[in-house]
Ligand binder design. Sequence first.
Ligand code: PLP
Length: 387
Amino acid sequence: MPKPAARVEKIPPYLFARIDKKKSDAQSRGIDLVDFGIGDPDVPTPDHIVKVMQEAVARPWNHRYPAYEGMPEFRRAAAEWFCGRFGVRLDPDREVVALIGSKEGIAHLPWAYLQEGDAALIPSPGYPVYKVATLMSGATPYFMPLAEERGFEPDFESIPEEVKRKAKICFLNYPNNPTAATGSDSLYERAVDLARTHDILICHDAAYSEITYDGYKAKSILQFDRGKRYAVEFLSLSKTYCMTGWRIGFAVGNSEAIQNLGTLKTNIDSGVFQAIQEAGIAALTGSQECVAALCERFAARRDTVVDGLASIGINVARPLGSLYIWARTPRGYGSADFAEMLIEKAGVVVTPGSGFGEEGEGYFRMSITLGEERIREGISRLKALRL
Ligand SMILES: Cc1ncc(COP(=O)(O)O)c(C=O)c1O
């Protein structure tokens, strides 16, 4: 076999490999694991969306290649939903593109903007795709620490001038994975300032925009970049409508960036299966009651985890968004050691913070995508450890 390209060899080792091995060892010993590791809703897709898909799948015109950039009806539905939600009007022809899940767009956009010699500003801890996609493009990632004392928001001021000069894109993600932080108005304002001053495209990953609690509504970066001069935003139907397996999302914002992403995509993929786009239209234009009910359900689970952790001396603020609880490991434990110990001694799986970047060391992440009963079981196992 020929040697793989340097770009593939640059992909960092999979940081969860050790945990996965421990998990499969435990499973092969017949241990019943309570898995707080996976951020994938356990709740099925709402019926009205599934029904539309069932009918759409039978329509012969949906069996052909879809329009690359997404059906006009899908892009219109996305634009209308966005305007209803954030009060920002979008031109569905120039400012919206359909994605095969938001991950696909996040992974492809750096190819449209970055090359060797360029830099990308990436939050640490953060969703690993920002870093890998940057490395694949040949550019250099610059990690912006998300410190707890700054509300897990980056400090743009502390980025060296020469990095700012080389940076062409800056990734942000709120509600945040893994820290569960929500972005402040001032963060978005500062991000737009940074973009304006240094000619940087802000890429806001809003995969959890609708998964929020206690009346909190997440904002869009486009509410701060009204002229759509500096930003694109990635939205996802995955978590909002429990459609992670369907693979549908969309990007909105600066028309030039959307066109460039579209041009790249046209040459790589052939769009989203139209039956899935029809189901996506049903999700975006139908009643949003299902989203409210889902958030209520997740809020109750969040409370069970936060209160359960508090009862064993691990105190975390009650997050207002995302599907995660981000907590400090008990004194004396590194992230990976703590996660491995929990699998071995309690049959409980959490994600070590270090898997999300250096700044995640000393933390662990618990996902709330498992039922209340399992959450209670997991918490009582943690209690029994007397940490
Ligand atoms: C922060 C973040 N962004 C993007 C995604 C990708 O979501 P999807 O490709 O399903 O839209 C995820 C998935 O877990 C995520 O956590």
